[in-house]
Ligand binder design. Structure first.
Ligand code: PRX
Length: 626
């Protein structure tokens, strides 16, 4: 492992020199005068003095060298649409949308909230926003009104970009009514709403606020909007993510550091040269979509495939058909998606020859060994690469880095620390961590380029949430448990906090609890993540009703509907159990971990602090455990 080790070591020990070299991968209007400013830990500023622009690096600079190459290849198996945009065409579209946003009053530093299905216009809107030095906040289309309203209030966008509807499994999923309800709920209303009409669902425009995309685009057809050169540290986007509290955190990304790290990762981690094709099956509403549908591939001059649809329609061979027909070299997906495919007729996996598909990266949740083995066997020559990271990191923290060195992989392990991340395993009591010993995965700051620079509007929260866990050293806490084996391979063992991972979607149990509590029947509740063979984890709710006689299916479906409305169907509890008491400590703290253990058929652990042991008996009773 010489090449990997040397490369990694250099990134930590000769940090500035290393990242100065990587910075040459992008264009700078003004080169940085300082690579890393860590004078105010734990805050770090990368490429200080440098001026650049994300859209210039993702689009403009490729027009001269690869203008006719496909930049964005959109495929929808929902609407049967397929459109290719060359870098030249993408440039023209982005200029139009930039002019449209400017005409709606968006200027440098303003926020643009994007609540859109997986359509090219969402990508145009993202790129147009950063082109003019504004800051986007993409909200996943599966989030419902109340979640959207919280994000509107936090980001305070001047403009929201949205659409009439999305489509999933052949069914229209309306967006506009949810957006209208969210704006009604929000304390700070956006001045204007730009709406792309896919003609899937009738959409009434609100006079004075709503603007039709096509009509506005027509007036900006020939637009040429110069890029706004911004400081490297200028925020490019905010992306909300769940944590321990009910209030999502706005992960804030810079401009220069993100552009460098993402371009670099495309070469060294994802092993793509400019001109090659990547297919990432995530959604633009998540960090994987931001980094590996949009920014990474475009920054690196690749062709990116954007897919609207599910892996099973029109049949379970669809993803492999897309890979075969488009010479996809690197694919990026989630373990849940592979587990879904694993349940189908194995012939679908053999229908297409995939000589070009070299790598399948899987991330977002633990990749269990049987699934990794199955997909490895099914795809034959494709390397399966588990990679571990977070919304906060922006790009992989642990992964094989095949373009640096093709190190052997172990199923169940995302291999080693990625260059730039000074990974430290920290035991809870501060003692040294030996091989195979469970500890908290932390990162010694400064966090590398591309990672979050702060929590939007809340520096204090950034410091206390992420760097306040250990008394002796201000290490960045990932809130994940991990081990490292004697060969140096890492294994992720799950979260240390109340975050759960449902089909690769990160959700906070507190958020779901707050949603459940939003139902008028509910007095109190506990939500825990329970292991699920398909989705990894599913939320399960234990509910105390105000009137216990109401316990039954009607109350169950009412609670499910409340969660759908407050957060979205992704957070809907897989089961709702009724109890009259929740297990708590004498100081009133919910014993979530004990409840979770019972729900997973494990030992509930230390219960000496429980206030009323009969509460646990009720949980057992609800679960049908003797
Ligand atoms: O618990 C870890 C899990 O997903 C969390 C981050 O989720 P999110 O912010 O949505 O970012 C996903 C980016 C890929 C982590 O804290 N996780 C992510 N990747 C893995 C993983 N757990 C196990 N193995 C992984 N490869």
């Amino acid at each position: 492992m010489g090449a990997y080790r040397d490369h990694y070591r250099r990134s930590i020990e000769a940090r500035d020199e290393f990242w100065a070299d990587e910075a040459k991968l992008i264009d700078w209007q003004t080169p940085p005068s300082q690579i890393c400013d860590f004078s105010r830990p734990p805050f770090v500023r990368w490429y200080v003095g440098g001026r650049t622009n994300l859209c210039h690096n993702a689009v403009d600079r490729h027009v001269a060298t690869r203008g006719e190459q496909t930049a964005l290849h959109f495929i929808s198996t929902e609407t049967d649409a397929e459109v290719k945009y060359s870098y030249r065409e993408l440039h023209a579209e982005v200029n139009r949308v930039a002019a449209m946003l400017q005409s709606l009053g968006v200027g440098q530093g303003d926020r643009v909230l994007i609540y859109m299905p997986m359509i090219p216009e969402a990508v145009f809107a993202m790129l147009a926003t950063v082109r003019i030095g504004a800051i986007h906040s993409v909200v996943f289309g599966g989030f419902a009104s109340a979640s959207l309203a919280t994000r509107i209030d936090d980001a305070q966008p001047k403009v929201i970009v949205s659409a009439d509807a999305g489509m999933r499994m052949g069914k229209v999923v309306p967006y506009k009514p949810l957006l209208d309800a969210a704006i009604d709920l929000a304390a700070k209303k956006p001045a204007r709403v730009l709406l792309f009409d896919r003609k899937l669902e009738p959409m009434a425009l609100k006079a004075g606020r709503d603007v039709d995309w096509a009509a506005l685009r027509a007036t900006h057809h020939e637009a040429a909007v110069p890029v706004a050169w911004v400081d490297s540290t200028h925020p490019s986007y905010i992306l909300y993510t769940s944590g321990t509290t009910g209030r999502p955190k706005g992960v804030q990304r810079d401009t220069g550091g993100y552009a460098v790290a993402l371009t670099s990762s495309m070469r060294k981690v994802f092993a793509l040269d400019p001109g090659e094709t990547m297919f990432c099956t995530s959604d633009i509403g998540w960090v994987v979509g931001h980094s590996y549908i949009v920014y990474g591939p475009l920054l690196n001059g690749n062709t990116t495939i954007m897919y609207e649809g599910v892996p099973l329609r029109p049949d379970p061979a669809i993803w492999w058909k897309i890979c075969a027909e488009n010479n996809v070299k690197t694919m990026f997906s989630s373990p849940t998606a592979i587990r879904v495919l694993k349940k189908q007729d194995p012939d679908y996996m053999k229908r297409h020859k995939l000589p070009a598909l070299r790598y399948l990266f899987l991330a977002g949740e633990p990749l269990d060994e049987p699934t990794a083995r199955w997909v490895s066997d099914a795809l034959g020559g494709t390397a399966i690469i588990d990679n571990y990271w977070q919304t906060e990191s922006g790009w992989p923290i642990l992964s094989a880095q095949i373009a640096v060195e093709d190190t052997p992989r172990k199923f169940g392990s995302p291999s080693f620390p990625v260059y730039g991340f000074d990974v430290v395993l920290k035991s809870e009591d501060g003692s040294a961590v030996g091989a195979d010993q469970k500890a908290v995965l932390t990162i010694r700051p400064p966090l590398p380029p591309g990672a979050l620079s702060t929590v939007w509007g809340d520096d204090e929260r950034f410091v206390s949430t992420y760097f306040g866990s250990f008394r002796d050293e201000a290490l960045y806490n990932t809130f994940d448990w991990a081990t490292r084996d004697a060969d140096g391979y890492y294994f992720i063992l799950g979260r240390t906090d109340d975050v759960i991972n449902v089909a690769g979607h990160r959700l906070g149990t507190r958020e779901i609890e707050e949603a459940v509590q939003g139902n008028a029947l509910v007095a109190e509740c506990a939500v825990v993540g329970v292991a699920d063979s398909l989705k990894g984890q599913v939320p399960v709710a234990f509910v105390v009703l105000k009137d216990p006689s109401q316990a039954g299916d009607a109350a169950r479906s009412a609670i499910a509907q409340t969660v759908d409305r407050e957060i979205g169907a992704i957070a809907r509890p897989a089961a709702v159990h009724f109890v009259t008491l929740l297990p708590k400590t004498r100081s009133g703290k919910l014993l979530r971990r004990s409840i979770q253990a019972l729900a997973e058929g494990r030992d509930p652990g230390d219960l000496t602090t429980i206030e009323d042991p009969s509460a646990l008996a009720q949980i057992k009773g609800a679960l049908g455990i003797a």
